[in-house]
Every structure is written in structure tokens, then in C-alpha cells.
Design a binder for this molecule. Structure first.
Ligand SMILES: Nc1nc2c(ncn2[C@@H]2O[C@H](COP(=O)(O)OP(=O)(O)OP(=O)(O)O)[C@@H](O)[C@H]2O)c(=O)[nH]1
Ligand SMILES: [Mg+2]
Length: 452
């Protein structure tokens, strides 16, 4: 629950706990200036760093350091904010935190500073999420995109779409108000053109958001194939270490093995699986069941085949047994033995890559291929961070615009068009937080750490 109560003054450690040169405690709320005065003697002048002792109730110094006071609304949260930069030791900071509590603050909930910034209109929801994403980013590309989102790159696109939607909706609603002219109004091409433009722009935003989502969640790639084809060797090559046991005994791998790697900033969740075959061994059968389950949750499958042991019929069976709609790349491994030339190929059923996991020949092609098929290549400039939630909202908006186009073409029904436009607007509003519920806010900010 978010249950915003702005009369509370909240406090939290803003830097990671542990030892460091500096540790910062941040307060936000109406009691900040009064607490500053009690703690520091007087409240510091606005936005000026002052060196002060931080004192206990009896006037004993707990620590000394810089104090900064930001009166609202020109502060991060929009409220009166006080920052105390003390020495970064756990005991020192605990004592200082306890002192701020004693002076009438309460401990902030996770994400509560960002939540207050959102509720006070300092940030929209996508920007608040970008703070968490920036802090959590595990690659340069992710950090860059999160920063762009935080600076509003995503929100600007969404706001522009909402603006376009509003204009079009007003036009359609005007048509409804003049029933005699409604048909003419709707068939003059203006609405059709507006809807087509909206659909196009939504598509572009959606593509950029899908790439952003990839930076946030990464790509789950399941390595599957018959026993002994080189699946575990593939995992090891990506990981750059011997994570999985590799032997010439078919059926070596039984459990799922997971490795997290980065492909030039693209987060890859790799899953090595048991070789797919009919088996009487109960353990192996369970491994195969798990392999199939992993495939159900994959974004992409790598079907590893032994190129010295080609069996087109068996290949077809394996391909058909993969989940419908799952993108697959066939890996023809062991070309050091079969003599095939390394590199990509367009096989009858999609992409194929010939390589040798023993020599590494062709592996680079596979890396490039994964970046390419995921849409990651060349996505750097201009993109922003996005989450599953944003993609869901974009999808709903797209569906509503699709429905509006149908209503216009087939029925010239102004009211239906207006209603679909309203739904699209609402879906987009959820991204920036123009439309929200306590429940949604609660879920988003609960994922933050305390102090953010
Ligand atoms: N010559 C050659 N041998 C390879 C290559 N890749 C893997 N092997 C060998 O093939 C055998 C099987 O490799 P693994 O990586 O264990 O194969 P797997 O698909 O994980 O096998 P299971 O776990 O039993 O299903 C091992 O002896 C590897 O050394 C390759 O490119 N060339
Ligand atoms: Mg294996």
C-alpha cells in the first residue's frame, strides 16, 4: 500500500550500508527544517553546504560533516529535504539515523523518496522507474538507456502520443455532437489519416521500448538438442569457463544449468539442458522434462546438432517438438571434424550457423547473430529503458487504435472510435502515471530499496 501521508517526515540512509568515506542520511517532509535546527544548531541556508556538528539530545556531537537543506518545492521530492553527509561507518550512521527518528521522523518505505517525487509532480512514473533501473544497471548500454529514460526520452514520446490522441478524440467527439454531419465528418479522411499516423508512431515507440525491455530483462536463450551434440560446450564457451561438465558420454547433462553473461551489454540468460532423446533412465527423463519446460519460457532456442552425424529426419522431429512460435537458430557444431565452412546460412527452417566449439571457429558469428535477432544491434543511440509493464500498456494502446480503425472503416461509428481512443489514451497514461492506481504504485515502488 502506498497510502501517501505528506505530513510525515521520512528518513533513511541514502548511501549503501557498510564502510565508506561518506555516508548520507536524507530526510524529506515538513519537519526537516525544525529537525535541522535541533540537530545542527540552526537550519542551514537553502542549497548551501555547511560544515556542522550533528548533535544528540544532550548536545554531544554524534559526528560532524556537511549539511544541505533544500526547501520545497525546489527539491528532489518537492518537499523540504535535509541531507546529512557524515562519516561512512555503520555505527556512526546508525546513531545519526536514530537521532533523526527521535526528532520525529519515521523510517522511509522502499522507494518512498521517489514516490513522493512522483506524487508531487517532480517526475513521472516512467522516470521514477528509470531511477531504479539506472541504479541497478549492469552494463554501460543499460545505464545509458536508463539515464535517457530518467531525463524524459521515453515520457516525451508517450506524452506526444497522448496529445495526438486527445486532439483526434476531440475531433471525433465533435462529429458525434452533430449527428447530421457525423458521416461526412468521419469520412473526410482526417480521422483515418490521424489513426494511421498514431499507429505508425506507436509502432516506432513500441520497437524502441522492446529493445529497452531487453536491456532491463535480458534475453533467455535455451540450448537444446540431441545428446553429445555440444550443448554444454556451447554454454562453457559463452561463460568463458568450464561451468558445465563436458564428456563424450551421451546424456552427461541432466539438470538445467544457468549462466548469466553479457554480449556487449546485452544481458543473456543461458540455460543448458539435458539431451533430448527417448530414455528409460528416470533421472534423465526428468532432465528432459525440465529441458522442455525451459523451452516454454525461452525467448530464443539454440538447437545444437552434431555436424558429423547428420540426420535430416531426426532434425525435423526435433524442430517440430519445439514450442510454437519460439525463434530457433540451428547450430551445426563440430565443423573441425565435418569440414564444413564456418558461418551463417539460411537453412530451410530459418537461421543456421556452422561452427566448432572446440576451435571457436564461427562462434563470433553466433554472438553477432544473437544481437541481431534480438534487435539489440545498433540500438544504442536514442533508445530508452523500458519494462514489461510498459510493453503491455503499449500493446493495449495498439489494440485500441486497431479497433478504432475497424470501427471507422466498417461502421463509421463515431462513438466506438471515440471510446477506443479513450482506451488507448488510458493505456498510455499508465506508463507515465497520468492514470494510476494505488495498487500499481505500491507494486512499482516496493521494488525499490529503502533510501531511494
Ligand atoms: N571435435 C569436436 N568435438 C566437440 C566439439 N564440441 C563438443 N565436442 C565434444 O563432444 C562431446 C560432447 O560435448 P558436450 O558439450 O558434453 O555435449 P552435450 O550436448 O552437452 O551432451 P549431453 O550433455 O550428453 O547431452 C565432448 O567430448 C566434447 O569435447 C567440437 O566442436 N568439435
Ligand atoms: Mg551437456
Amino acid at each position: 500500500m502506498t497510502g501517501h501521508d505528506a505530513s510525515d517526515t521520512i528518513t533513511a540512509l541514502a548511501t549503501p550500508s557498510g564502510r565508506g568515506g561518506i555516508g548520507i542520511i536524507r530526510l524529506s517532509g515538513p519537519a526537516s527544517p525544525k529537525i535541522a535546527a535541533a540537530l545542527l544548531g540552526t537550519c542551514p541556508p537553502p542549497r548551501e553546504a555547511v560544515l556542522r556538528s550533528f548533535r544528540s539530545a544532550d548536545g554531544e556531537p554524534l559526528d560532524f560533516g556537511l549539511a544541505l537543506y533544500f526547501p520545497g518545492p525546489a527539491s528532489f521530492t518537492g518537499e523540504d529535504v535535509l541531507e546529512l553527509h557524515g562519516h561512512g561507518g555503520p555505527v556512526v550512521l546508525d546513531r545519526l539515523l536514530a537521532r533523526t527518528l527521535e526528532l520525529g521522523t519515521r523510517l522511509a518505505r522502499p522507494g518512498e523518496f521517489s514516490e513522493r517525487a512522483f506524487l508531487n509532480g517532480k517526475l513521472d512514473l516512467a522516470q521514477a522507474e528509470a531511477i531504479a533501473d539506472l541504479i541497478a544497471s549492469g552494463s554501460e548500454a543499460a545505464a545509458r538507456s536508463a539515464l535517457r529514460s530518467l531525463q524524459g526520452a521515453f515520457s516525451v514520446r508517450i506524452d506526444a502520443l497522448i496529445e495526438q490522441l486527445t486532439t483526434l478524440r476531440t475531433y471525433v467527439e465533435a462529429a458525434i455532437d452533430f449527428p447530421d454531419e457525423e458521416i461526412d465528418f468521419l469520412s473526410d479522411g482526417h480521422v483515418a489519416l490521424g489513426l494511421a499516423e498514431l499507429a505508425g508512431e506507436l509502432d516506432a515507440v513500441n520497437n524502441a521500448a522492446a529493445r529497452g525491455r531487453l536491456l532491463h530483462d535480458g534475453l533467455t536463450v535455451v540450448i537444446a538438442g540431441p545428446p553429445n551434440a555440444g550443448k554444454s560446450s556451447l554454454l562453457n564457451r559463452f561463460a568463458g569457463q568450464e561451468s558445465a561438465i563436458v564428456t563424450d558420454v551421451p546424456g552427461t547433462t541432466r539438470d538445467l544449468l544457468r549462466e548469466y553473461v553479457q554480449l556487449d551489454g546485452l544481458p543473456l540468460h543461458l540455460v543448458d539442458t539435458a539431451g533430448l532423446r527417448d530414455s528409460d533412465d528416470a533421472v534423465e527423463r526428468e532432465g528432459i522434462r525440465r529441458a522442455r519446460e525451459a523451452l516454454e519460457h525461452a525467448d530464443h532456442a539454440l538447437l545444437v546438432l552434431d555436424d558429423t552425424d547428420r540426420d535430416p529426419l531426426a532434425e525435423q522431429t526435433l524442430l517440430k517438438a519445439l514450442p510454437d512460435g519460439l525463434p530457433v537458430t540451428v547450430i551445426r557444431n563440430k565443423i573441425d571434424l565435418s569440414g564444413r565452412v564456418a558461418g551463417p546460412d539460411k537453412g530451410p527452417d530459418g537461421a543456421e550457423i556452422a561452427l566448432s566449439l572446440k576451435t571457436g571457429d564461427g562462434f563470433e558469428t553466433l554472438r553477432d547473430h544473437l544481437k541481431e535477432v534480438s534487435g539489440y544491434s545498433g540500438s544504442e543511440a536514442g533508445d530508452f529503458m523500458a519494462r514489461r509493464r510498459h510493453l503491455d500498456a503499449l500493446e493495449r494502446a495498439g489494440e485500441a487504435i486497431g479497433q478504432a480503425r475497424v470501427a471507422l472503416d466498417e461502421q463509421a461509428a463515431g462513438e466506438l472510435v471515440a471510446e477506443e481512443l479513450r482506451l488507448a489514451q488510458q493505456a498510455l497514461g499508465e506508463i507515465t502515471g497520468a492514470v494510476t492506481s494505488d495498487d500499481l504504485l505500491g507494486r512499482i515502488f516496493a521494488e525499490f530499496c529503502i533510501g531511494k
